[in-house]
Design a protein around this ligand. Structure first.
Ligand code: NAI
Length: 214
């Protein structure tokens, strides 16, 4: 089945499967039934079977799932069986925190550059990478085949920046600025808003408390 037929809801669940399978692999577990996976992950076994059926099942009747195979297949589907190079625009608090997080590299997201418009930051090192003037970003992207650009700039700056980068060959923007970006179809945008997650948390606090005092 082609990826385009797989719902975004299923795709959104794959990283979690990937994480759990990675842990099982590290513990030396070679195979697992959908029921066992269901018990660990607190997802119904039928949900797991349905999700994996989107990709041809991966399982064998009476055997369960081969952990290593499943892990590799999911990593291929997620495109993390290969490396992606990325740069960060906006080397402030959030930009530096993201750039400093080495685990992304383990997943194949290789941090190649950081750009800012504040001269005081030029030359500052984040891991092995020096912050450069943002005016150099287009050339840098072209010369280094950068695929992903992380936006950690103020929202007013994000829309014109996306426009500037349209013809550089980037494939995606990981957008932390609180604004929707209108880009051509060849550029994928993933918006990340931590406050959405906090609001969901707040809702769940309320819901739990109301259930105690209906
Ligand atoms: P910050 O002020 O520490 O860093 C912003 C950096 O962007 C500064 O170094 C500034 O010089 C630079 N900058 C501004 N315009 C630029 C341009 N045109 N080109 C290059 N660099 C430019 O701010 P912080 O806390 O790091 O937040 C950055 C952005 O991320 C803000 O828009 C903020 O609202 C957003 N944010 C989003 C979160 C989310 O969950 N999506 C969470 C926290 C912040």
């Amino acid at each position: 089945m082609a990826d385009k037929d797989i719902s975004q809801a299923v795709i959104a669940r794959l990283p979690r499967y990937f994480r759990y399978l990675g842990e099982l692999k590290e513990r030396g577990v070679e195979r697992i039934s959908s029921q066992e996976l269901s018990d660990i992950m607190k997802v119904t076994a039928s949900q797991i079977r349905q999700d994996f059926n989107n990709f041809g099942g991966f399982g064998q009747q009476g055997y369960g799932y081969n952990v290593n195979y499943l892990y590799e297949e999911i990593s291929k589907i997620l495109g993390i069986d290969r490396q992606h190079s990325l740069v960060i625009i906006g080397a402030g608090h959030l930009g530096q925190a993201i750039a400093g997080y080495t685990n992304f590299t383990r997943r194949g997201f290789v941090f190649k550059g950081a750009f800012d418009k504040n001269p005081e930051l030029y030359g500052k090192k984040i891991r092995d990478v020096e912050v450069r003037p943002v005016d150099e970003v287009e050339d840098f992207i072209r010369e280094n085949n950068i695929e992903i650009v992380v936006f950690t700039i103020p929202k007013e700056q994000a829309v014109p920046m996306a426009k500037r980068l349209e013809t550089t060959g980037i494939k995606a923007i990981w957008n932390f600025a609180h604004v929707d970006l209108d880009v051509p179809d060849n550029i994928q945008v993933e918006n990340v808003h931590l406050s959405d997650s906090l609001m969901k948390l707040s809702y769940n606090i309320d819901r739990y408390e109301k259930s105690l005092n209906p």
